[in-house]
Design a protein around this ligand. Structure first.
Ligand code: NAP
Length: 303
């Protein structure tokens, strides 16, 4: 029987592992993919205090190294398939047919990219449609690409791609960006980035590879063709909460409802990082959640 099972090894899960190890808890951290979560694919993180301009993968490695130094034996490479959370002894079932019994659970499963949901997206996924600029950008050297979205991810993707590609067209459905001002300033001064305001993608087309997209101008309600070789979708994230949503309360978008204590409606179950309802999803708030969740776990275990 464990004191704690942490599901997910992004910044929130790794931070929770560091705090759990230092608290002397008997715990495991279940990791489905490489530790680090979404930041593995982030070109540069410039707002994590003390480490300016670090790459996401480097920051993830440093967090993992730190957690493994304190609790290397607690890392388990396995995928959660289901969970029974409402009893005082919780059960976590995994793909390797193991059942982990634990008194508390921290859900730190993060979020995955949202899809555009337009015709052609599925057909060209991996053949010109991508959700990760740092993973796939190199395939589009000296080519014309589009980035869809107006948030921090879209802005960072566009800036990264502008250093590789001939041109980058940002397609955004409104006339203001959601991205941080520092990123906007860089976008506006980049010579090979053009922003299509108040526009959306209606369709993606091509032969074996993407050739272009149908661009709808939402103000005039007109449709035109934009020839591009690649399309990077950066239209937000969806919480990875489905495995737990039969037990824990979620909001209408699927985020697990919990405040800064990370306590959910189910005693002994806590949510940390991007999967939790919160105002600001950043690495710094995810690692803060990991620390707060373990503090709440300790209080719960003390009764
Ligand atoms: P986001 O902030 O939610 O932005 C998503 C963007 O996509 C918005 O501009 C939105 O438009 C647009 N959008 C949503 N659905 C769309 C659709 N169906 N079609 C076209 N456009 C659509 O998502 P994100 O950029 O992935 O960032 C996720 C979180 O991670 C945010 O909290 C962000 O701050 C954080 N993040 C932080 C950093 C950093 O600090 N370095 C880097 C990356 C991400 P509207 O603006 O009109 O809603």
């Amino acid at each position: 029987m464990y004191d704690l099972v942490i599901t997910g090894s992004g910044p929130a899960g790794l931070s929770a592992a560091i705090y759990a190890a230092r608290a002397g808890l008997k715990f495991i951290i279940l990791e489905e993919n490489l530790p680090g979560g979404q930041i593995i694919n982030t070109y540069e993180i410039d707002n994590y205090p003390g480490i300016p301009g670090i790459s996401g993968s480097n920051l993830a490695s440093r967090m993992e190294e730190h957690a493994r130094k304190l609790a290397g034996d607690s890392f388990v490479d396995d995928t959660v398939t289901s969970a029974v959370l409402n009893d005082s002894v919780k059960k976590i079932f995994t793909a390797s047919h193991r059942i982990y019994e634990t008194r508390t659970v921290i859900i730190a499963t993060g979020a995955t990219h949202r899809r555009l949901e337009v015709p052609g997206e599925d057909m060209f996924s991996g053949n010109g449609v991508s959700y990760c600029a740092t993973c796939d950008g190199a395939f589009f050297k000296e080519k014309d690409v589009a980035v869809v979205g107006g948030g921090n991810t879209a802005a960072m993707d566009a800036l990264y791609l502008s250093g590789l590609c001939k041109s980058v067209s940002i397609i955004h459905r409104r006339n203001v960006l959601r991205a941080d001002k520092v990123l906007q300033d860089k976008l506006f001064s980049a010579e090979n980035i053009k922003i299509y305001w108040n526009c959306r993608v209606d369709e993606i087309y091509g032969n074996e590879q993407v050739k272009g997209l149908k661009l709808r101008d939402l103000k005039n309600d007109t449709v035109s063709d934009l020839a591009v070789d690649g399309i990077f979708a950066a239209v937000g994230i969806t919480p990875a909460s489905a495995l737990f949503s039969a037990s824990v309360n979620t909001d209408k978008e699927g985020y697990i409802i919990a405040d800064e204590t990370c306590m959910t409606n189910v005693p002994g179950v806590f949510a940390a990082g991007d999967v939790r309802t919160k105002n600001l999803r950043q690495v710094v708030t995810a690692v803060s959640d990991g620390a707060n969740a373990v503090t709440s776990v300790r209080q719960y275990l003390l009764g």
